[in-house]
Structure formats: structure tokens, C-alpha cells
Design a protein around this ligand. Sequence first.
Ligand SMILES: Cc1cc2nc3c(=O)[nH]c(=O)nc-3n(C[C@H](O)[C@H](O)[C@H](O)COP(=O)(O)OP(=O)(O)OC[C@H]3O[C@@H](n4cnc5c(N)ncnc54)[C@H](O)[C@@H]3O)c2cc1C
Length: 550
Amino acid sequence: MNTTHEVFNQPEPLVDVNLFDGNRPMQDALKFNAPALVTTHLSALGQQVGSAEMQQHARLANVFTPQLKSHSRFGHRIDQVEFHPSYHALMTAATASGLHGTPFSDAEQASGTAHVNRAAAFMLFTELEPSILCPISMTYAVTPALKDNPAIYADWAPQLTSRAYDPALRLWKDKPGVTMGMGMTEKQGGSDVRANTTQAVPDGSDAWGPRFTVTGHKWFFSAPMCDAFLILAQTPSGLSCLFLPRVLPDGSLNQLFIQRLKDKLGNKANASAEVEFAGATAWLVGEEGRGVPQILAMGTMTRLDCALGTSALMRHALSLALNHTSQRSAFGKKLIEQPLMQNVLADLALESEAATALALRLARSFDRAATDEHERVMQRLLTPVAKFWICKRGSHFAQEAMECLGGNGYVEEGGEGIMARIYREMPVNSIWEGAGNIMALDLLRALRKADAAAALAHELAPAKGMHPALDQLAASLPTRVELMATEIEARRLAQDVALAVQAALLAQTAPPAVFAAFCDSRLDGHWGHSFGSLGAGTDFATIIARAQPR
Ligand SMILES: Cc1cc2nc3c(=O)[nH]c(=O)nc-3n(C[C@H](O)[C@H](O)[C@H](O)COP(=O)(O)OP(=O)(O)OC[C@H]3O[C@@H](n4cnc5c(N)ncnc54)[C@H](O)[C@@H]3O)c2cc1C
């Protein structure tokens, strides 16, 4: 009860909206990347994840964060993590939507659009809650690497691809579904995993192939309640990729001990642990001594998810900003009618749409790389490009979207309680799975390969002649790569490749107003260093109307 004043000019929250039906940029990007895809199920998912009920689960899973239960009350080590029921409700929904290993099921593979389809669903779910998607993403990503131990893959594939979620710590064959994680980072080095000291000593062989006893640690080990992990450890032949289940085939617990959970800036609903292996049992995956390229098959897919995830967080932050400014008034007008606010919102809308276009374009390459040479090269090039640039833009984007909500945006319960969560979540996609510099250096290596320049030119060709600044940038890229003697400008190069590809995609998927404003600002030098710096000739109304979430 307010006895002192009337409450007014506070917006209605953005709840019970269909996140797919309201997302024009995503729909257009899907038509471009997977024209045959029927999207009815995405609309149903958009309704589910936009519902007040699911938003309540997301809130609770972030308020009541995971707790480590290292011992039972009788002093036995149990190494379990306890989650709020809402965490499990979200995991159940994500798994039922096929966001983890399902795209690798035979039925999904036959569709030819499994990865684009899953990418769109993953983005919609991210708008609901991104941090629980960490184990979902790792379970999605593990298959290409795990297949190189065919015996383990044959045993685990049914549970990896099923749409069932079972959080119990028990033997994989007694569960309807499983999740998997990855352990690379150690205290002394994460980017340079060659510094790993964890030792794996040969211990014979069985139906799953060469077996090892593992002793050492991992400094970051997310989702430790997963059923199994791919880890890196030093065998006599060098750094190797190993499969380490939490419960061994005889039903006993593996020697994996959770030391503590990280107290993180964001990503609160997800548990990230420090662990030790004290004689744990693990099996070789791939070739001994070739662990880094082996586990990178998994890393490549999680990098796709970083780009998809950040694009979705941008979209969510933009929707909240549009929702707020459409309802709140200041100085006699709705905020959205104030010219300078229009500039900020339109600029954010361009960034969000460009991120969506690039992330879904990258997802398409995962559907086609095995059969199409151009797509194979684009997968190699665009993975570091999208991971670098989209994730790098995320935090800046979130700050600006937050500011559109004024003080409410900065308060945990204000801005519908979600904007602060988005802001805290943003940096992680840029750091994990290869931080910004690592991605820029990776792109440089990829661009120096013989087939890269021609493939990039082919990718940009459909937009040739449509904007002079894009033509100029596209023409300059091969020479810049050729002349780049050192890595010192690798970030600038990654940025410019990203902008060129984003512009070329917008030429094909977005209305002319969006394409023109993107090129005029990002490519033509008519842009400042903060959002809200578009030129006066921009078609603000069209850009903002297209971005509206309702
Ligand atoms: C919430 C969270 C969860 C995580 N979960 C997991 C997990 O489940 N499994 C796992 O294995 N890891 C996990 N990580 C670890 C993450 O992948 C690493 O933190 C990341 O790869 C960076 O490694 P590092 O922390 O050792 O930093 P460093 O490798 O020390 O890097 C520090 C900085 O130096 C830069 N840098 C490194 N080398 C170069 C170079 N040659 N030139 C220029 N710059 C360079 C990097 O870009 C980075 O900015 C997680 C991290 C976080 C934050």
C-alpha cells in the first residue's frame, strides 16, 4: 500500500510474450540459412520460454545458487552439488527441447538443418536463462570428439541424444539421459593448455580401449554433476584427451573430488568447480599425444554456442530496453519518441541483428561442413570471428541497454530483475572457450591458409556493389592478411572480417534501412565510439519497429 503517493510511469514487465514470433531478425536469418526448416516448434518454444512461469524458474535458479555437499552428515565424501528445484525444471525443459546432444541423433542428422534448428532454439532458451545452458552446451559439443572412441560413443550415444534429463549420480546405463563436461584449464594455464601437469598413467585396456589412472587437478571445471567429462592429461606420449566418468562401469564412484565451487561474477545458476583427481580412471579418446586437437573438436562447438548465447543475450537486453522506453515518459514524451533515445535503440538494434545474422550463419556451416568445401572453410574462419567479435561487443551492449532503463536497470529487482543478470553474464562468453586474443590469433592462422582468401571473397560476393564502404573493406582484406607480418594487429583484422561478413549477411537478410545504417556507421567512419552515434539520415523508425519484441 502506498499512502504517500501514487505509483505511475513504471512500465509493465515483458512477460508472456512469444520470443520467437516477435523476433523478426531471427526469422529472416533462419529463412536464409535453412529455407526448408519448419518453425512451428520454435514458435511453441518461444511461447514456453517467454512465459511468466519459466521466468520465475530462471529467477529462483539464480537466487538460490548451487551448493557443494562435499561430505554426508556421517563424514563420507559424496562430492555432490545441490541445486534449487527450478534449476532442474530449466534443465528438464532445455533437454526436452533437444538443445544438448539431440542434433546428433540419426533423425536430426537426416534433416540437414539439425544445427541451425538447434541454434535458434538455444538462442530462445538463452533469453530465458543462459547459465544452466553450460552443461547443455558441453553435452551438445562433445559428440564430434567422443566419436573417436567408438566403443564409448556406442554405449553413451542413446543417453546423450535422448530428450530426458536425470540429475541422479548413478551408472549411465541406468539413466534415461546424461550430460557431459570438459576439463582443460589448470592453475598454471588455461589458454596454453600445453602447461597441463595432470598425469595419466597406463592401466591396461578393456572394452573401452586403453585405460589410464589420472592424478592432478582442474582449476575450472564447470557443471561437476555431469555424468562424464573429456579432460586433458599427460600420458607417456604427451597431452592426451581422456574420457572420465563420475560413476565407473562397476557402479563405484570415480576418484574425482570437488574442492570448492567458484564464487563468480555472474553465471550464478551454473556450478563451476575446482576439482582434483586422486587416481581417477579414464579412457583414451583419439590418438595418444594428440589431446589438444582432439578436445578442440569439442571446443569448436562450444565456441559456436558462445556466439549464439551472446547474440541471444543482446536480443534479450534490447527487448527489455524497447519494452521500457515504449512505456516510460520523460520530458513530455515516451522515451522511445525522444530523438536521441531513438538513436541509441536503433544502434543497439543494428548490433543485435548483425550478431544474430552472423551467429546463425556460423551454425549453418556446422550443418554443411562435411559435404561442402566452402562451408568447411567458413566454419573454420567464422568460428573465431563470431566468438571474438560478438562476445567482445556483448558487455558494451548490455551496459547501454541497461542505461535505457535508467536506475531500474542497475537494480537487481528493477528492470524486471533481468537486466542486471544479463550484464553480469555477458563477459563470460568472451573469456571461456578461448578468450579474445586467442580467438584473434586463431583467425589469423586460419586466414593464412591457402583456401581462406577465396572463400572469404566468395562469402562476401552477394553484397558486391551494394555499398561502397563494404566493397572497399572486402577488397582490402586479402592484402592486409598478406602484409600482416606479425600478430600485433590481429584483433583489428578479426573485427574487420566480422563487420564485412555481418554487412554482407544483412544485405541478404535485412531490410535496406538496416543494411544501409549498418554500413554507414560501422564501415564508413560515420560512427562514434558509443552506441547512439548513427547519422541523422538514418531510418530510425524502420529499424526500431523491426526490432520490437511484441
Ligand atoms: C565461469 C567459468 C567457467 C569455466 N569453465 C571451464 C570448464 O568447465 N572447463 C575448462 O577447462 N575451463 C573452464 N573455464 C576456464 C576458461 O576456459 C579459461 O579461464 C580461459 O580459457 C582462459 O584461461 P586462463 O584463465 O588460464 O587465462 P590465461 O590463459 O592466463 O589468459 C589470460 C589472458 O591472456 C591472454 N593470452 C593468452 N595467451 C596469449 C597470447 N599468446 N597472446 C596474447 N594474449 C594471450 C588471454 O586471451 C587472456 O585474455 C571456465 C572459466 C570461467 C570464467
